[in-house]
Design a binder for this molecule. Sequence first.
Ligand SMILES: [Fe+2]
Length: 378
Amino acid sequence: MTDTVLTNARILLPDGLIHGSILIRQGVVVDVSTGPAPRDALDCDRDLILPGLVELHTDNLERHIEPRPKVDWPHRAAILAHDGELAACGITTVFDALRLGSDNDPEGELGEYARQLADDILDLRAEGALRIDHRIHLRAEVCSVTLMAELDRFGPEDGVGIVSLMDHTPGQRQFRDIDKLRAYVIGKRGLSEEGFQAKIAAEQALGERVRDSHEAATVAACRRYGATLASHDDTTAEQVMASHAFGARLAEFPTTHEAAEACRAHGIAVMMGAPNLIRGGSHSGNVAARALAEADLLDIVSSDYVPAALLMAGLMLGDLWDDLARGMATVSANPAASVGLRDRGLIAPGMRADLIRVRRLDGGARVRGTWVQGQRVG
Ligand SMILES: [Fe+2]
């Protein structure tokens, strides 16, 4: 395999930008320098070269397998399209979030799909058909009937990277404000007030019945798989303490300042959604990601439901903190470290050559190239 050299680039190193060249050999960065480059080097026209983005929680694949309500798109084709979209957005490692257990979110009506979709992802991966590195993130909807059976269908051989404990029961966490939930559900589904009340009552009763045993079973399954445990929508310091006791190392979308502070105190990395950051607030009325960033309580950003938001968010935080390396770390080094991936997330000799070439534009940024282990994939 021949060497690849990217030159005339503004390269983001952990302590800031340098103008120079990167030498890639056998999928790895072997040198970063400001010296002269060989003649056949790729001239990057002074574009930024940033570490490839690491996405821990995207449900973008669901949008591809169900592009319209009740439309089931062929899954392998959906995965390939999703993969191409992420590569074009500068994402080089993704944890595809697959839901276990039915969701109380009215958008989540895909039924049981995780095992089959995981098989399709793992098969395509084994065939070398995917542009970027895909891993599995199982989102366990704790208060659901099918959870236990679905957990049993996974094992250590699947290489599950993340298990998150979700509880979307009305009246707490993401949906603690019942009026906001009412507007969301009635608007989406056209339910009557009586229908809405009946749905809430049924879900709350189910939660009371299964929450504790299902939480414990999910934590045990996470250990059995060898995955990183994440909490989801923690709202109170007590909930964060419970997550800590379960062994969570990552907090997805804590909904209050109090919960984010408790995460910091317990060594749990705080992850917020890029759409929340970019839109200036949460669509369900929870704490603003920007407020956490300003309070120095934001470690990781996830694109959540908009893949292109991830790069925008990293650049935006770089501007906010006046520190591009720190901003971009929230979408590369920090997510990689939180799940124990030590070979990526930074540009440095010995690290995977997962790199993106970026030009900033008014109101956004254009990804002009994506490399995964030194191979151009977008
Ligand atoms: Fe949530």
